[in-house]
Design a binder for this molecule. Structure first.
Ligand code: MN
Length: 731
């Protein structure tokens, strides 16, 4: 039986001395159970919390401090360490007062601060958010966030006290907390093997969540309570006597199954209370595994076992490491009852679970131990249900049990579930398409990170956006969610088409002007018909096709012109470039911009004279006017298009230089100091010498424009020993 919760008497609890008294009790408990602990830390945590919560009251009218104190008491009853107790006392100061985690760390050290921070984060999780609609994923998420088991234990103790004092809250809140308790916290307690806390959480939540069912069940149990208790008392004596006879040392306890468990069984098996085999149960606690089996033999010798009800959880522990022998037998009066047999240690693990585990390992503290504990916890998190084969269970212990998802958070605490290795770009698109399109950077846990970095469980992500910024095709190789991928592709498709339309119409106009045709005089039906000839539904589609370089603008003009009733002379063969008029000029941004890209053969940089060439299906390639390819390409004059550098664009371009120099010491240093004086970034540099006492330096720089490059090359040429500086166009 769990000890009765000690709750301060509301009539006197306005008096802070009640709070103080309760703290003295806590100190007394710790002195008894963990005499070596630092009571000074406990005292300071109490003083700090009591001071911060000084003016706050609970809904019941009690001083708020009663709550953290009761949480700490529960933890002390579990014999948790003083860090857990201090966390219990401080668990609401960050959430509910002006105190910060930094302050807690300053006062109480990293460990306590880390745990308080953990509990605070958990309380910010919104169970009712759409992402968390599935209780299962919420539980996973919750556990995935936890890096210290004590955070969970404190959270469970917190929830236990909340639900014990639920009657003071308004009905909607009662229902919400009860549901959350049943769906989230009780299962977590179960998975962590904490049977005692789980039982109390379930029964209390059940009473609030389904009052009629609870009342009905209570009534049924109450009517038989007397008979049941009498039966248990008698059978207990009988079992104890039989065990004594067989010389099996044992402690025998009787219990009536908890109400929520009965309720679930009734629902699952569609039976009545009388048909529940384990409504009444005896628990035999003995000293060794051998005696567990001996006790089982004694029981089966005297009472007839119910077939199929014998379960050996000693040989095959449950996934939460629960161990026990279970059997159901029929009494001589025909009343079935269950018998659970286990050792002292198994019993402690069944009641306290992970908390018991924590205690056993104390004295071996250190990061290694913590990691092992976390590994163990995560094994439990696998939520294995009934495993039939023990080797199955063992094999699950070996596999990688980290969830496939990364649970990340907005600064406001909203949960964003992403696949493993997702990037801040995925995160941005998960928030909103516009946020995705305009994202330029991200902060993870307060630090700026590259957009292609990988997000991890528990990361708090803030997306930096810039109005007018647009997605980059490179993002497609970074993103992991289909949502982000689709949004980026969609954006590119639309914008590529717009760009193609723009290019197409410019090409068409240029060609028309050259042929002396005014496009505005071409009747729309003709436009339509010519478009159809090319298999395009509308003129717009044809223009886009021209922009993509699918068809020749000259030929299209050739088809439009006669129809417009005009005589047109089509220029033949290579022709000199057409004089530029303003509206024919495409601006080119620094980075490859979908349909307009810098040609890889010459990699022109800003400020350099350039020329555009409409490729077949790949948009407009921008070449340096001095690029040898240009002359070869430009015989198709109609494919040529005027381009110019965009005015406002602030970008850097990689430029490769080769320097031929004398082999003299300090020369490389002279070269690099020119670059640093000019604030120019070097991305790579390599120097080599040959036998003729000459050297070669190859380097890649990032420059903003032609002027800067000319300045740098000029300065390099003036360095004594530099014979030549050569720009290598191909990167
Ligand atoms: Mn709390």
């Amino acid at each position: 039986m769990p000890p009765e919760p000690a709750i301060a008497d509301p009539s006197t609890s306005d008096n802070p001395s009640v709070v103080l008294e309760r703290f003295r009790d806590l100190e007394g408990k710790v002195r008894q159970t963990r005499p070596k602990e630092d009571l000074g830390l406990l005292r300071r945590a109490f003083d700090f919390a009591a001071e911060r919560h000084r003016l706050q009251k609970r809904k019941s009218g009690e001083p708020f401090m009663v709550h953290p104190l009761e949480v700490a008491h529960t933890l002390a009853d579990m014999r948790m360490d003083v860090v857990s107790l201090a966390t219990g006392l401080l668990h609401d100061v960050v959430e509910d007062t002006t105190a910060t985690v930094a302050e807690v760390e300053k006062e109480f050290g990293k460990e306590v601060a880390h745990c308080v921070d953990g509990v605070t984060k958990l309380s910010k999780l919104d169970f009712y958010s759409p992402e968390a609609r599935q209780a299962e994923s919420f539980r996973k998420m919750l556990l995935a966030m936890v890096t210290d088991i004590r955070v969970i234990v404190v959270k469970l103790a917190d929830r236990l006290h909340n639900i014990r004092t639920l009657e003071h809250l308004p009905p909607e809140k009662r229902e919400r907390i009860s549901r959350e308790t049943l769906e989230i916290y009780a299962p977590i307690a179960l998975r962590l093997g904490m049977g005692k806390i789980r039982g109390e959480l379930e029964d209390l939540a059940f009473a609030y969540l389904d009052p009629p069912a609870f009342a009905d069940l209570s009534l049924q149990l109450e009517s038989k309570r007397h008979a049941n208790e009498e039966f248990l008392e008698e059978i207990k004596k009988e079992v104890a006597a039989k065990l004594r006879e067989a010389e099996v040392p044992a402690q025998v306890e009787g219990r009536i199954k908890r109400r929520y468990s009965i309720y679930q069984k009734l629902k699952r098996q569609h039976c009545t209370v009388d048909e529940v085999y384990d409504l009444l149960a005896l628990r035999i606690i003995t000293d060794s595994v051998k005696n567990c089996y001996a006790a089982l033999g004694v029981i089966h010798n005297h009472w007839r076992p119910v077939p199929g009800r014998i379960k050996d959880f000693i040989a095959m522990p449950r996934p939460n490491l629960y161990q026990s022998l279970h059997t159901s037998v029929i009494s001589h009066s025909g009343q079935p009852f269950e018998v659970q047999i286990r050792t002292e240690e198994m019993h402690r693990l069944a009641e306290e679970g992970i908390a018991a585990h924590w205690k056993y390992k104390e004295g071996h503290k250190g990061p290694m131990m913590d990691e092992q504990r976390m590994a163990w916890l995560r094994q439990l998190v696998e939520w294995q249900r009934d495993i039939q084969d023990p080797s199955d269970f063992l094999s699950t212990l070996k596999i990688d049990l980290y969830p496939e998802e990364a649970y990340t958070f907005t600064p406001q605490g909203k949960v964003i579930i992403l696949p493993r290795d997702a990037s801040p770009i995925d995160f941005a698109y998960a928030i909103h398409t516009e946020v995705g399109h305009t994202c330029v950077g991200a902060k993870v846990n307060g630090r700026i990170v590259p957009l292609k970095s990988k997000l991890r469980n528990g990361d708090i992500v803030e997306i930096l956006t810039q109005a007018g910024h647009t997605p980059s095709r490179d993002w497609l190789s970074v993103v992991k969610t289909s949502r982000a991928r689709n949004k980026i592709k969609h954006w590119i498709n639309i914008n590529q088409r717009e760009k193609a339309l723009e290019i197409g119409s410019k090409l068409l106009e240029k060609e028309a002007r050259r042929a002396g045709l005014s496009l505005s005089k071409v009747p729309p039906e003709t436009m339509e018909r010519v478009a159809h000839d090319y298999g395009c539904g509308k003129m717009e589609d044809l223009m886009a096709a021209l922009g993509y370089g699918k068809y020749s603008a000259r030929q299209v003009v050739g088809k439009l012109a006669p129809a417009a009733g005009e005589v047109v002379e089509l220029p033949k063969g290579p022709s000199r470039p057409h004089p530029v008029s303003g509206d024919e000029v495409l601006s080119v941004k620094g980075v490859d911009d979908l349909l307009v890209y810098r040609a890889g053969c010459c990699n022109p940089i800003k400020g350099e004279p350039i020329v555009g060439y409409v490729t077949r299906g790949k948009g407009v390639a921008v070449h340096s006017k001095t690029c040898p390819n240009v002359e070869n390409l430009m015989y198709e004059a109609e494919r040529r298009i005027e381009v110019e550098w965009a005015k406002s664009e602030e970008a850097t371009y990689p430029v490769r230089l080769t320097l031929h120099t004398d082999d003299r010491p300090g020369l490389l240093n002279d070269v690099t100091s020119i670059l640093s004086n000019d604030n120019t970034n070097i991305t790579s540099v390599e120097a080599s010498t040959d036998t003729a006492r000459s050297a070669m330096i190859e380097m890649t720089l990032e420059v903003q424009n032609m002027k800067q490059l000319e300045r740098i090359v000029g300065a390099m040429r003036r360095i004594p020993g530099v014979r030549d500086v050569e720009r290598v166009h191909k990167l």
